[in-house]
Design a protein around this ligand. Structure first.
Ligand code: SF4
Length: 290
């Protein structure tokens, strides 16, 4: 554990400024994300170095298809999240307390340095809730390439400060519409969109993921809007359109392959690299396109 970055004390309360939730935390209590707690008048990053899992994954699993393809990447992440998506596909590790194991920065660096390429992904839940751990790791091991798989829901100041330390990023663009973010995630689409733009402008390799949920974010109009937005940043940004399965608080039926392919068809009118996720698609599969 170490003291958190991006907060200020006003009288006896910690005002967290890491993400747009702007939690005001009293002594002995956690913020919404369950990773920051006010202890003896200091906001402490309690999830620091505590991972829900650590594994070597194919980088395509992040998903990143255009960054060191076919390589392995050490992956780990905290038991925390600052959104509360009703459809969360990883809710067991993001929305409730679970068993974690401690990882030291020096051990992680030594482990990753034994691989080629030498790269680590902060992923699985919401890694920006590990802001201090990622920051300290980047300072300790500047030779290691850092990948983030994130909801992109951070305040501009900490987000932009972190970007120079990040080589590649997959950001969830859950919907192009704010009412979706407000109703189902407790977030704000405009903040995520602004952070996608700033990540790209900072020279980070950016790929995006959209989880397609029947009846929620799958209208043709919305898909055109989403793909147009991505193309307005750069049409070479890869977009992964993934199938949803009922999870956590949502019971909508699962997305089928035909729906994913139809959504990919629309996105491909604007974008050069569109991929189907969580379904076996021959038309929009990992590396083949017809
Ligand atoms: S990072 Fe956590 S504690 Fe800070 S504002 Fe966001 S949800 Fe609240």
């Amino acid at each position: 554990m170490r003291e958190a970055l991006y907060y200020k004390m006003i009288e006896e309360l910690a005002h967290c400024q890491l993400c747009p939730r702007s939690c005001i935390i009293s002594e002995g209590n956690f913020g919404f994300c369950r990773s920051r707690k006010l202890i003896n008048g200091k906001l402490i990053a309690t999830a620091y170095g505590q991972t829900v899992s650590i594994a070597k994954d194919p980088i395509e699993k992040k998903p990143l298809y255009h960054y060191h393809p076919h390589s392995q990447i050490v992956s780990l992440g905290p038991n925390a999240c600052n959104l509360n998506c009703a459809f969360c596909q990883n809710w067991e590790i993001s929305q409730q307390d679970t068993i974690t194991q401690a990882v030291k920065i020096s051990q992680l660096a030594a482990y990753v340095r034994g691989m080629n390429p030498c790269q680590v992904a902060f992923t699985y839940s919401e890694p920006t809730m590990w802001y201090e751990f990622i920051w300290d790791f980047a300072v300790y091991a500047p030779d290691v390439e850092i990948v983030l798989v994130t909801n992109g829901y951070l305040n501009p100041l900490p987000w932009q400060a972190l970007l120079p330390k990040i080589k590649a990023i997959n950001i969830d663009l859950k919907s192009i519409r704010n009412d979706f973010y407000k109703r189902l995630c407790g977030g704000d689409a405009e903040i995520v969109k602004a952070n996608i733009i700033s990540a790209f402008q900072a020279g980070v390799h950016v790929e995006l993921t959209n989880l397609l949920i029947p009846g929620e974010n799958d209208s043709e109009a919305e898909l055109h809007e989403l793909a147009k937005f991505v193309a307005s940043i750069n049409p070479n940004i890869p977009l992964h359109i993934s199938a949803y399965r009922p999870c956590y608080k949502m019971n909508n039926r699962a997305t089928d392959k035909a729906e994913i392919e139809a959504a990919c068809e629309i996105a491909a009118k604007y974008l050069k690299h569109v991929y189907a996720g969580n379904v076996l698609s021959t038309r929009y599969g990992r590396h083949q396109r017809t």
